[in-house]
Ligand binder design. Structure first.
Ligand code: C2O
Length: 563
């Protein structure tokens, strides 16, 4: 911010016309992010967690569409780390995207790296988080992109706005929770609490004093920028006695619709307007698990914050009604209401027709061992098209691609499953075990891509929030059971499909997405339930350069960390 503002000051002295041009100009925002161990008290105990600048949640970035962001990250902790700007398109700047070993080697303890990127044609709520093992459990914050100066929201300007970040809290170091599950082969321990802006709220012990409150004046309309930063859990969200109007998701405006319940998957954001039209008082805002996989353990607690009419500090809040944890119908009918306000054209002709199964899996152990504590002496795993993704160790995929270093990855990720089967039926055990590899799928610059993400009943069906880096995409269709290429495309919405960067696969169903591969680089696609990434539920696209500078990825920054 500093630089341009000062230059503007000088120019304002010279001429009003020039000053106007200057105000409308994009800014550059400089920030220092120091990743550091920080003591906090939660759920009656003292803990040391990793934070950015000692803040939990971390600092909110506030920028405008067209601005440039420069963040110097310093690793003052003991773990390797990277930062990811979730949903930012990173046009030609995959070097700043952040996933560890995909677009960069990690920042070592004591090291630094400067992330530099420009916001191009994006507006709304996104967020940033660590992209290294499970560090994002506490290293995250909101990233708010306002419209350019002189333009405005496609809805009346709210009186106030608040980021509302849903998180997931462990009473142990989340890195140890992950490590333990990797050693035992079983699922990780479920979390001990959910949080709203870092606080669990009144329903947990020793937490009431610090419950998050959102002040509102009677009659006014406010905007909540809801972000699901939870590690492993989709959440239902509601506000007692107040309807919400959804106006934006994943930094794409939607046709407004009203709802009592929001379902939000990890990685997703949803902006809602709320009008304080109830008797002045205090009303609970609450979130609890939506768990789509039958028989899978989850944290069944409820986090709360308070919507507080400013004149009513002391009245007793009421809780909203939340759906049952397994209420897939409510989750699906909420999601079905999204329609975008046009964000470019939906590709109608498809060059790349891809079909990816999204699977859990298990590895059989010949004899019982400590590493095989999943049911029936197995180890859990996960895959797409039967490939369980393995991160390289010696180099990042992007560096290897840029420098033509052989042996780091291959480009033979299968466009369709190696074997067709009744994906959502009773899948025979013989099909539960994937192969492993660092496999990429190559896309020509500008190709029109369709991907069917088909959920399978391997181990269990489950709603996987699938996130694609470097892109947003149109969600053109979804359905139950196996995708039928003869009949299902006829029902696709090619007129106003929702635009997202993270989409849930219907449990035991499929979802169809489309995008134009106009951003060269390597881009990770993965399930945003972190437990599943660790098991390999990911793949990577390699998008080739097009013609000329504007279609070619930039050179790596000089301070890019080396492995
Ligand atoms: Cu929210 Cu791969 O990231």
């Amino acid at each position: 911010m500093e630089l341009h503002t000062k230059q503007c000051g000088l120019i304002i002295g010279l001429s009003i016309i020039l000053a106007y041009a200057c105000l409308a100009r994009a800014e550059t925002h400089y920030h220092n992010f120091v990743i550091q161990p920080t003591p906090v008290k939660r759920l009656c105990n003292n803990h040391v967690i990793m934070t950015v600048n000692g803040q939990f949640p971390g600092p909110t970035l506030q920028v405008r569409n067209g601005d440039t962001v420069v963040i110097k990250a310093t690793n003052a902790g003991k773990y390797n780390i990277t930062l990811h700007w979730h949903g930012i398109r990173q046009m030609r700047t995959p070097w700043a995207d952040g996933p560890e070993y995909v677009t960069q080697c990690p920042i070592r303890p004591g090291g630094t790296y400067t992330y530099r990127y420009t916001i191009e044609e994006q507006e709304g709520t996104l967020w940033w988080h660590a992209h290294s093992k499970w560090l994002r459990a506490t290293v995250y914050g909101a990233l708010v992109i306002y419209p350019k100066l002189g333009s405005s929201y496609p809805f009346p300007k709210p009186a106030r706005e608040f980021p509302l970040i849903l998180g997931e809290w462990w009473n142990r170091d989340p890195m140890q929770v992950l490590q333990q599950s990797m050693i035992t082969g079983a699922g990780p321990n479920v979390s001990d609490a959910y949080t709203i802006n870092g606080q669990p709220g009144d329903l947990y012990s020793c937490s009431s004093r610090d419950t998050t409150t959102f002040p509102v004046k009677a009659g006014e309309t406010i905007l909540l920028r809801i972000i699901n930063a939870a590690l492993n859990q989709q959440l239902f969200f509601a506000i007692a006695n107040h309807q919400m109007t959804v106006v934006e998701a994943d930094a794409a405006y939607t046709k407004p619709f009203t709802t009592n319940i929001v379902m939000i998957g990890p990685g997703q954001t949803t902006n809602v307007l709320i009008t304080a039209n109830q008797p002045p008082g205090r009303y609970y805002i609450a979130a609890t698990a939506y768990s789509s996989a039958p028989g899978v353990a989850f944290d069944n607690t409820t986090t709360t914050a308070i919507l507080e009419y400013t004149s009513q500090r002391f009245s007793r809040p009421v809780l909203p009604q939340l759906p049952a944890w397994n209420d897939t119908n409510t989750a699906n009918s909420f999601t079905a209401q999204f329609r975008s306000i046009s964000r470019g054209k939906v590709p109608l002709q498809i060059d790349q027709n891809l079909f990816f199964t999204v699977n859990l899996g298990s590895i059989n152990c010949s004899r019982p061992s400590f590493r095989c504590q999943a049911p029936n002496n197995t180890m859990f795993t996960a895959s797409m098209n039967n490939v369980s993704f393995v991160l390289p160790r010696r180099n990042s995929i992007l560096q290897a691609m840029y420098q033509n270093t052989p042996g780091v990855f291959t480009t033979d990720f299968p466009p369709v499953p190696p074997l067709q089967f009744d994906y959502t039926g009773n899948v025979s055990r013989g099909l539960w075990t994937p192969t492993r590899g660092t496999k990429l799928y190559k896309l020509k610059f500008g190709s029109h891509v369709q991907i069917i993400l088909q959920n399978t009943n391997i181990v269990t069906v489950e709603d996987h929030p699938m996130h694609l880096h470097g892109y947003h995409f149109f969600v053109v269709g979804t359905g139950k059971g196996n995708f039928n290429p003869q009949t299902d495309p006829a029902r696709f919405n090619l007129v106003d499909p929702p635009v997202r960067n993270t989409v849930g696969t219907t449990p035991g169903g499929w979802v169809a997405i489309r995008f134009i591969a106009d951003n060269p680089g390597v881009w990770l696609m993965h399930c945003h339930l972190d437990v599943h990434i660790s098991w390999g539920l990911a793949m990577v696209f390699l998008v080739e350069n097009g013609v000329g500078e504007l279609q070619t990825l930039e050179a790596p920054p000089r301070d890019l960390p080396q492995c």
